[in-house]
Design a protein around this ligand. Sequence first.
Ligand SMILES: [Zn+2]
Length: 91
Amino acid sequence: MISIPDTNDEFFQWIKSNREGFIVNSDYASSNSGFPALHGSRCAHFTKDDSDFTKNFKLCSINREEIEEWVRRTDQRTLVSCKDCLSKGYI
Ligand SMILES: [Zn+2]
């Protein structure tokens, strides 16, 4: 199941409860070339007050295929993998 948190609190609650989960960071405008980006829940990039949830959104799921499929259906851009998450084996 994919969740899209509305607030930082919701988001951090989700990553705390789903340490093996996956997150896609993206923007509603589809204009940021660094997005959509795939991370693991344990990524050090996610700190408090991480982002503006009115401009950006985060897809959260414990199922990586589900989240990748969602991106393929809704976004023309290619999913980028977070380098830190790759090197740490989170994704
Ligand atoms: Zn990451």
